[in-house]
Ligand binder design. Structure first.
Ligand SMILES: [Zn+2]
Ligand SMILES: [Zn+2]
Ligand SMILES: [Zn+2]
Length: 271
């Protein structure tokens, strides 16, 4: 960074001042100690608009950024099920049915921790501490990256945060593993919001619980070109057929499942 650019009166030894300066200069905000363990009541987090369900899973808004997270049912009939609850990392059938109802069952927690606490309702609400949960089978079917346990999930998030804190200020444009700019979630949300979550091809506007089916497409297929003229708001059905590479992308796995779910919802909403 060149020293002329520091015309702020905030002292740099004050880290809040440094963070603000970097914000002003347009650097994405990722600090050294970024990995923080999050454990929050899911419904509370949703009510506070801190949860995002999008194409690649579940995210929690924390200290100004979106972090990957999972959800699980904390109060659980462990003895009855002879098993601990499973955790969800993707928009599997269970999660989709909650989203469609606009309401989660109670006792769900959103977290990114390696180990979690579970309360066994069958055993006088005994607290089972530091449990390693296994992933929901439906979620595993959907994801390209398979996190089998919470421990694995937490470890990978911790490492990727560490990697990005080492590299993120080395260049102006940082991209994620899928080739999107690091601020893509934020850009995508605000652009879709400004376009009223309306599909620019077919004109469809879903109800808010289904906004995840409204995508933002890069018209020239360059994922780092986020200029307004290159961004088009499309429902997943229109997005899936813009060209051959999109048809291919939406012909399998999580994308195909979401596409089919959307078509089902869309049909119902026109009845
Ligand atoms: Zn699941
Ligand atoms: Zn696209
Ligand atoms: Zn459409």
């Amino acid at each position: 960074m060149d020293s002329n650019s520091n015309n702020s009166s905030t002292p740099l030894h004050d880290f809040a001042g440094l963070a603000k300066l970097l914000d002003d200069l347009g650097f994405p905000r990722v600090d050294k100690q970024t990995f923080r363990v999050v454990k929050e009541d899911l419904q509370k987090a949703i009510d506070a608009k801190n949860v995002v369900f999008d194409e690649d899973g579940i995210k929690y808004k924390f200290e100004g950024r979106l972090i990957k997270a999972y959800v699980y049912k904390k109060r659980y009939y462990v003895a009855r099920h002879k098993d601990l609850p499973k955790f969800h990392i993707a928009n599997c059938e269970t999660i989709q049915s909650f989203i469609a109802k606009n309401r989660f069952e109670s006792d769900y927690v959103i977290s990114n921790a390696k180990l979690v606490d579970v309360i066994d309702i069958d055993n006088e609400n005994a607290l089972l501490e530091n449990k390693n949960l296994y992933s929901c089978k439906n979620c595993l079917k959907l994801k390209n990256v398979n996190y089998t346990t919470t421990s694995e999930f937490g470890t990978i998030q911790e490492e990727s945060d560490f990697d990005s804190s080492n590299t993120h200020r080395s260049s102006a444009i940082e991209v994620d593993i899928n080739g999107y700019t690091k601020d893509w979630s934020t850009v995508s949300k605000s652009v879709r919001e400004s376009k009223g979550y309306t599909c620019e091809a077919c004109g469809f506007i879903p109800k808010p619980a289904l906004y995840l089916y409204i995508h933002l497409h890069h018209i020239n297929n360059n994922k780092i070109d986020n200029s307004p003229s290159n961004l088009q708001c499309l429902c997943i059905a229109c997005h899936a057929k813009v060209d051959d590479s999109h048809r291919e992308r939406f012909s399998k796995g999580d994308n195909l499942l979401q596409l089919n779910n959307f078509l089902k919802y869309k049909q119902e909403s026109f009845k």
